[in-house]
Design a protein around this ligand. Structure first.
Ligand code: NAG
Ligand code: NAG
Ligand code: NAG
Ligand code: NAG
Ligand code: NAG
Ligand code: NAG
Length: 477
């Protein structure tokens, strides 16, 4: 039987000490659908996007490192709160124009010009771009959408408004009326049809763009789409997901495999509602915690969260996830700024696991803090296994778990790349974090230092690997 079973009967006071997983020889029925070529992408806050691409050397370097792991540049989305503060100005010679009191602030209002789209067009991966709906100037948004579609060859979709669940009756789009999920749905479909018709294009809008779950949900929006025949203009639906805020921040909870499964599964009905209309579902903007992260966002544990969260999202049928990058210099969850930050190590590990893979199956039953995934290639052969021990480690004696993989080839070895750090709480600059023994150079994002690959003998079609608390291991079969 191909079931994950506890090894040595070994559960001591809830702590797993030994586990065994049989690698299904054929892709199991509960595996994901076809994995997108680069499921883990990035979202750049609208006003900061030109600065990321023109003034931060690590942007090119780190996107390149991820692109090498996937074999294709990761997708990006340009948007966020400031997309709904931004007005297109065809006469603007710079990409963006705004003033802020402090470099830590996001602007309250800004304009952007054609060179904004040219920067987006120069990126080698697919681009989703979000324009304004809140200010109720559809003429302006259509003008911007026309330039985007004619300039950005790799354009995937256009968003119309960001997180409309936060719009209020005093926003111009509300026209003095109360703003509800129902008024938003009516507004979304009206704008989709107007923009789609102006562009003479269908399948161009990324709809929804809701923060979290509640009455503003894809499950509610799809009715308005179908009733008004606006579905044809939609390419994808999306929600935004931040499991924590500064006030609820909990790194132990963020990293927990069981909690990650529970959090991702909450979006199941939204994903299904999109798929029922033959549309993609993406997590259009996501990160660990809003409002500065309460200390958890820049940690190695947040990197481990990215890795397990990406696997769960892909298994649920989410095409892509876009990890948000905000104001440069004031962004605890950012993958890079002046340094390559701890979360990037998890994002890179996810790229090593998912790159070139066709399907992923969860082998563990989801009720312990240890995760095991098998990655299958397009011939249906298991080629990698990802192991994640999500036990929260900060200091003192570090626990570990021995994991036996069964159903392997009869002889030979498996090799493995370890993602580890001093502790879950470690940040870059305050301790060591490595992947395969290497670190990312702050200037270029290039891997540096000697690469360490661990080799384990296969005996009786089995190999046993040790994974410490707050650590992951990518095993190459
Ligand atoms: C998926 O199927 C495999 C093979 O049958 C099984 O080992 C694993 O436990 C299942 N995963 C889940 C999450 O039930
Ligand atoms: C709306 O946008 C148009 C075209 O971009 C511009 O001419 C007009 O001034 C804008 N209207 C308002 C109220 O800002
Ligand atoms: C919906 O739009 C399509 C494409 O424009 C059109 O062929 C169809 O007749 C429309 N259906 C309704 C009910 O308006
Ligand atoms: C999939 O992996 C198997 C086992 O390593 C290999 O024989 C096969 O050629 C691979 N298929 C592809 C398409 O790479
Ligand atoms: C893992 O296996 C090694 C080698 O057999 C053993 O020394 C170690 O105690 C085991 N660890 C756990 C947590 O069982
Ligand atoms: C990057 O910079 C940080 C902070 O100065 C430093 O601690 C870290 O070691 C640097 N990383 C590498 C790989 O040199």
């Amino acid at each position: 039987m191909m079931i994950a079973k506890l090894g040595v009967g070994a559960v001591l006071a809830g702590v797993v000490t030994g586990l065994s997983f049989e690698i299904p020889a054929a892709v199991p029925a509960n595996a994901s659908a076809q994995i997108d070529a680069a499921p883990v992408g990035l979202s750049f806050e609208f006003f900061a996007f030109p600065e990321y691409f023109e003034q931060l050397p690590l942007t090119d370097g780190c996107l390149g490192v991820l692109g090498d792991a996937y074999g294709i540049s990761p997708p990006i989305r340009i948007g966020g709160t400031t997309q709904d503060r931004a007005t297109y100005d065809a006469s603007l010679s710079t990409a963006v124009s705004y003033t802020v009191a402090s470099s830590d602030d996001a602007p309250e209002t800004l304009t952007f010009g054609d060179s904004f789209m040219e920067i987006a067009a120069s990126y080698g991966g697919s681009v989703t771009i979000g324009f304004n709906r809140r200010l109720d100037n559809i003429t302006n948004t259509i003008a911007a959408a026309k330039v985007a579609t004619s300039t950005i060859e790799n354009l995937y979709a256009i968003e119309l408004g960001n997180e409309p669940n936060f719009f209020t009756s005093s926003d111009p789009i509300a026209d003095g009326q109360s703003w509800t999920a129902t008024t938003d749905a009516a507004s979304q479909v009206e704008w989709q049809a107007a923009v789609g018709q102006a562009l003479d294009t269908t399948s161009i809008i990324q709809a929804g763009v809701f923060f979290g779950l509640g009455s503003y949900e894809v499950t509610n929006l799809v009715g308005a789409e179908e009733d008004t025949n606006a579905t044809q203009y939609v390419r994808s639906f999306c929600h935004h997901y931040y499991p924590y805020s500064a006030s609820t921040a909990d790194l132990d909870g963020l990293m927990s495999h069981e909690a990650i499964i529970a959090g991702v599964t909450e979006f199941q009905a939204q994903v299904e509602a999109a798929h029922d209309l033959d549309k993609e579902f993406v997590m259009g903007e996501t990160n660990s915690a809003t409002g500065g992260g309460g200390g958890i966002s820049p940690t190695f544990g947040a990197g481990l969260w990215i890795l397990d969260y990406a696997m769960q999202a892909v298994i649920l049928g989410i095409k892509q996830l876009y990890f948000h990058q905000g104001t440069i210099g004031n962004c605890p969850y950012c993958w890079w700024d002046a340094t390559v930050n701890a979360p990037f190590y998890g994002a890179y590990a996810a790229a090593l696991a998912l790159g070139g893979a066709s399907q992923v199956a969860q082998l563990d039953s989801g009720d312990t803090r240890v995760a095991a995934y098998a990655l299958y290639n397009s011939s249906g052969a298991a080629t990698r296994v990802l192991l994640y021990n999500s036990e929260y480690y900060t200091s003192g004696t570090r626990s570990s778990v021995n994991i036996t993989l069964t159903g392997l080839a009869s002889t030979g070895t498996v090799s493995a790349t370890r993602l580890t750090g001093d502790a879950a709480t470690t940040t870059v600059g305050a301790g060591t974090i490595t992947i395969g023994g290497q670190t990312f150079a702050n200037g270029t994002c290039a891997l540096q230092g000697p690469q360490e690959t661990e080799t384990t003998e296969i005996e009786n079609e089995q190999a046993t690997l040790t994974v410490q608390a707050s650590e992951a291991l990518l095993v190459y079969l």
